[in-house]
Write a protein that binds this ligand. Structure first.
Ligand code: APR
Length: 233
């Protein structure tokens, strides 16, 4: 029986790959001010500070390896060909590195570059700098292809359509603090999907999930995928 599964992932699925989360103790937003490194205004004020922030994260994520949580989603996708969509808030590229094929980056990716002037996109070099000219228009206003606060996430129409048709919606490793992603569970539930939260601890939206499992992603994600595959037999 065909089943459409939409999976939302956040920084928590990459935590055990050694990449920091944002809002946990000592997280990225305890070390950097969002308004300085994750807004268009911060970029306009000090592009070098922004590039330095993302250059460091790009080096870290390039060196990071996917974990059992990422690999469990690859297995789920392989067993449900064409029925699994991963909508990730993460920009680290670990889902693709693990082998996931159908991945949508709603907040962009560290491994992409974008021209703030002409919107040209190209693969990001390891180190980006304010002086580097856009390969297309030549202007020195290149930025990481990351969606900043106050900007519209990518592919929202595609995401809404997927949520409207989902039989199962699974949220993994996200605090449920940032919209529109924090509202996906409500959208999916409205259209009759079974909703699941797999997280280290209850997120802000925990009460809106029909099923919850708490623990490290490397444990709760493979466990849930194994149960889902057994159900599908
Ligand atoms: N396994 C599972 N979940 C974990 C683990 C782990 N090992 N470690 C932490 N978590 C959970 C935390 O309990 C928390 O609920 O992951 C979540 C991380 O929350 P955030 O740090 O807020 O990250 P995220 O939800 O992805 O942030 C959303 O906010 O700053 C923006 O654009 C940024 O995409 C990001 C968005």
């Amino acid at each position: 029986m065909s089943k459409s599964i939409v999976i939302l992932t956040g920084a928590g699925i990459s935590a055990e790959s050694g990449l920091g989360t944002f809002r946990d103790e000592g997280g990225l937003w305890a070390q950097h001010r969002i308004e300085d490194v994750a807004t268009p205004e911060g970029f306009a004020r000090n592009p070098k500070l922004v590039h330095d922030f993302y250059n460091a994260r790009r080096v870290q994520s390039t060196a990071a390896e996917p974990n059992a949580g990422h690999f469990a989603l690859v297995k789920l996708e392989a067993d449900h060909p064409g029925e699994v969509l991963i909508v990730t808030q993460n920009v680290d590229g670990l889902h693709e590195k693990a082998g996931s094929k159908n991945v949508l980056h709603m907040h962009g990716t560290l491994h992409g570059a974008l021209c703030h002037a002409c919107a040209h996109r190209w693969p990001a070099p390891t180190t980006m700098s304010p002086e580097a000219p856009c390969p297309s228009c030549g202007k020195p206003v290149t930025r990481p292809d990351i969606v900043w606060f106050g900007e519209m996430p990518y592919d929202m129409e595609r995401i809404s359509n997927a949520l409207a048709q989902a039989d199962v919606f699974v949220s993994i490793g996200t605090s449920g603090e940032v919209y529109p992603a924090a509202n996906f569970v409500t959208e999916a539930d409205m259209f009759g999907a079974h909703t699941v939260e797999l997280n280290l601890e209850p997120s802000s939206g925990v009460s809106r999930f029909a099923e919850t499992h708490f623990g490290p992603a490397t444990q709760v994600v493979p466990q849930w995928v194994a149960e889902e595959l057994a159900r599908a037999k």
